[in-house]
Design a protein around this ligand. Structure first.
Ligand SMILES: Cc1cc2nc3c(=O)[nH]c(=O)nc-3n(C[C@H](O)[C@H](O)[C@H](O)COP(=O)(O)OP(=O)(O)OC[C@H]3O[C@@H](n4cnc5c(N)ncnc54)[C@H](O)[C@@H]3O)c2cc1C
Length: 495
């Protein structure tokens, strides 16, 4: 347990959900924290941009966790700012709209009985290969085919995955599938869609919580509490961390650069890093060897350009999300913020859309100008999806994000192991979060990890690295889901 009378000072690198959650948990117990972020706003990927009074998340972010203690923590944090959103997600595939999660009846209606028979045969074939003859799963394609069969993989997973990652599924790790959809059996899909027998204890989620004024309110609320407890200097923005000197156990000096180019340093007894795992070892002193540098350089991210469009039209779609598979459409996903919360737009006779274009720094999409990306998306909306008339567009703006999706290539796990081995020598240094651990976290995972790390630093026997490793589909909720006893109100806590 941390002794509050010592000079314990935890410096947290990154004011995204993970860093702020660690800071929230620690400052709540009276520990001095300083959260540094290179941006001049808190929230990281959970930012909500405002343009002409319209609010746009960086791609639609919903709140969903299977951990009821975490949901209770979330409700306490957000108070009366929470709204419930009905979820309607669809996939646009070869000119047709399919429900997501997949519904067999809907596939029959859209694609015909022959397609569903084809899907059934390929499913049985893969069940034979992977379940009975134990064929090995070596990559993302194998993992999807083993779960859904070749035809459904080809229809609903191949093209979208390749659009998101910019690589063939054969070159991506199967881990992503096991983290996102392991445990989602074809039988759950059939049961859900054919019989609609949603028993009380198991169902694919159909509504979720959302902060009324945009997802950034979650990190903002955490930052507000940290500043209330620790003062204005406990969250330091516009500060890029450029070096971490390890002087000895629980003795660090962090070097950071402000936006005016001035360098500063700050002492820390504990360092919590949410900055990319591919960067951290390269700014540590003593320095790492070439093998670790190579591993770190090999951890890559997919980038994202979000096109935020304002429209002179009451509503475009009923969807919470629309996943767009077709390669000839520039964006891969869209959402209409008004369908999540009317407070996202200032004038209810208008609406807005967020279109997500997945890319890699310096590829042909990234190298397009904002004007070109925006115009191309508007043309696709008008001519291919037939969602709008271009004369209805009032304005648009683009937001570019470099480190949006941690890539799981076939060698990523070995690279992470090598880096973690190197970092293990620095007593008092912890990694957490999505980029911080190079793990495909949702915001709730990053927050849960952050809260648990806070408690670990406080001396509780918990391991934040266990979060987001459960081999079960994240969207199935059961009444007997385990509850982690970690987020109770102060007075209720037990060690
Ligand atoms: C398009 C999209 C849609 C998503 N939808 C959902 C959703 O529906 N639901 C959901 O739960 N999650 C969703 N997510 C995931 C969610 O955004 C992330 O899980 C979450 O933001 C991760 O939080 P984090 O703190 O771990 O990392 P980040 O949000 O990446 O925060 C890391 C912080 O570190 C800072 N930083 C990096 N380097 C430095 C440096 N050198 N010095 C100082 N600061 C630095 C960054 O500026 C950033 O603020 C989505 C993500 C994307 C991209």
């Amino acid at each position: 347990m941390v002794d509050m009378n010592t000079n314990e000072h935890v410096v947290i690198l990154g004011a995204g959900p993970a860093g702020l959650a660690t800071g929230h948990e620690l400052s709540d117990s009276g520990v001095k924290v300083s959260v540094l972020d290179r941006n001049d706003f808190v929230g990281g990927l959970c930012n909500t941009n405002e343009y002409k009074g319209y609010k746009f998340d960086l791609g639609g972010h919903r709140w969903f966790s299977k951990n009821e203690d975490l949901n209770n923590w979330f409700r306490r944090l957000m108070g009366d700012e929470v709204v419930w959103v009905n979820r309607i997600s669809r996939i646009y595939y070869d000119g047709g709209y399919y429900l997501y999660p997949i519904s067999i009846l809907n596939v029959i209606k859209n694609a015909g009985i022959l397609t569903i028979m084809h899907a059934g045969i390929t499913y049985l074939w893969s069940a034979l290969q992977y379940s009975i003859f134990d064929k090995s799963i070596n990559n993302m394609r194998d993992a999807y085919v083993a779960q859904f069969g070749g035809k459904l993989y080809d229809m609903f997973f191949r093209r979208y995955s390749e659009k998101v990652w910019g690589l063939p599924c054969e070159k991506l790790s199967s881990d992503w599938v096991s983290q996102r959809s392991a445990g989602l059996s074809i039988w759950t899909v059939i049961q859900e869609s054919l019989m609609k027998t949603k028993s009380d204890n198991e169902s694919l989620i159909e509504e979720f919580m959302y902060p009324r004024d945009g997802y950034v309110r979650i990190p903002q609320r955490m930052a507000e509490d940290i500043v209330t407890k620790g003062g204005p200097d406990s969250v330091v923005l516009g500060s890029t961390v450029t070096g971490i000197k390890y002087i000895g156990p629980n003795d660090f000096e962090i070097v950071y650069r402000k936006q005016d180019g001035e360098e500063y340093s700050i002492k820390a007894t504990t360092v919590v890093s949410t900055i990319p795992l591919g960067l951290l070892p390269r700014i540590m002193e003593p320095a790492c060897d070439q093998k670790v540098i190579d591993a770190a350089k090999g951890l890559s991210f997919r980038a994202l350009i979000t096109v935020n469009v304002i429209l002179k039209k009451k509503r475009v779609s009923i969807d919470t999300w629309l996943y767009v598979q077709d390669e000839d459409i520039l964006f891969g996903r869209l959402h209409e913020p008004k369908n999540w919360s009317p407070a996202m737009i200032p004038d209810q006779s208008t609406t807005s859309l967020v279109l997500e274009c997945f890319c890699t720094k310096d590829d042909h999409i990234w190298n397009m100008t904002d004007e070109e990306v925006g115009q191309q998306c508007i043309e696709d909306l008008e001519k291919k999806l037939k969602f709008i008339d271009s004369s209805e567009v009032i304005d648009f703006s683009c937001v570019r994000t470099l480190q949006a999706y941690p890539v799981y290539d076939l060698e990523y796990a070995g690279k992470i192991a090598l880096i973690n081995d190197f970092l293990g020598q620095f007593e008092g240094l912890h990694i957490v979060g999505r980029g911080g651990t190079h793990r495909y976290n949702n915001a709730d995972h990053s927050i849960e990890m952050g809260l648990l790390l806070g408690r670990k630093i406080l001396g509780y026997d918990v391991d934040h690295m266990d979060v987001n490793t459960e081999p079960e589909y994240q969207e199935i909720k059961r009444s007997n889901d385990s509850k982690r006893d970690a987020y109770k109100l102060e007075g209720e806590r037990e060690k």
